[in-house]
Design a protein around this ligand. Sequence first.
Ligand SMILES: C[S@@+](CC[C@H](N)C(=O)[O-])C[C@H]1O[C@@H](n2cnc3c(N)ncnc32)[C@H](O)[C@@H]1O
Length: 366
Amino acid sequence: MDNWAEAELAWELANAISASLSDRARAQLYATLGSGDSYTAIDTVLQAMAHQVSPMAPELVAQLANWLDAYTHSEDAPRLHELLRAIRALRWWAVEDFATSAEGGYSMQVGDADAGRLKLLGRFYDPNSAAFLEAAGVAAGDSVADLGCGHGAVTDRIAARVGDTGTVYAVDASPDQLRIARAALAHRRNVTFVEAAVENDPLAGVRVDWVYSRFLLMHVSDVRRALLAMANMLTEGGALLWEIADVGSLRFLPESPDSDVWRPWWYALGRARGAAYDVAERIEGFLDRTGFTIERCDRYQPVAASAEAKLVHALGFDQCAPAYLNEIGAPADQIDAHYGFLRRAVNDPTIMVALFSNTQYIARRR
Ligand SMILES: C[S@@+](CC[C@H](N)C(=O)[O-])C[C@H]1O[C@@H](n2cnc3c(N)ncnc32)[C@H](O)[C@@H]1O
């Protein structure tokens, strides 16, 4: 990009962003432009845009990427790339708008991106979890531990099933997750919240009729230890109720070169973090070796073309992208290519997503 084109881009960017700047910042930006320092002006705009809430026009993002190519070898390049990535990811999916329009009056927690993702995810998985609890026979008066309860979406359904004569232990290792669960379930008298890792005897010796967990085991580092801990929480005749996600089973249909790049990064990240992201492939062996018999096993994989379904993946990918880049060395251009694919796919009704499969197990001791 020559100096003239760089100056033109700087002016275009400044005009695009000026309305959202304070008087002082705007005056400074135009003074920088006036002095001919286009590079500093573009840098200033990038920094301001990265902290904005509204997305930048895709044509401008493309021009910025082109401009950055000329500075690939400069010391500043990693920082500028990071800003550009933040801008690209910037709420282009407007998840709050989707959530509001789809549920009418639903309001999402500001700044809590994962709450948004989990609520979307719940639309695709919660009804099936409810059917699972019913099929298993969870009934009024029962005691249930919900391990890795997260924000409590299923805990709430369990609490409703067991009623006031039943007991639910909502266990999570994260105080932040429990804070949200406590607020959401404030109306439930039969739920006791426990902040602890599943491996560390969270019920302190208390035994329950059902040990339930959804999408937990892939996050633990020692699955066998977690399983033994769960077995110790069960009464004689009690059962494990597990819902196991296989995130790697997610596919876009039709596939395209940029739709699948994330999958090896996902597994590599699991290995780097010592988590069991591939647990779905190994779970039946674990159960067998620990003395459990699988009484029932159902697999469920939602397939949809709706924007909401694709957002489930987009939001998850966005959360993982910095780790893909920094922890396992995923190439920045491929990460950007997947963002580009998602931006096209989200609102394209001809592209479907088969979300990750969920396998439901009812297992009892032999
Ligand atoms: C993917 S979320 C699932 C939340 C919830 N079960 C659901 O399906 O909506 C996994 C949850 O497990 C929790 N978690 C991860 N490792 C844990 C551990 N070792 N012990 C207890 N909770 C854990 C996380 O804090 C998170 O809330």
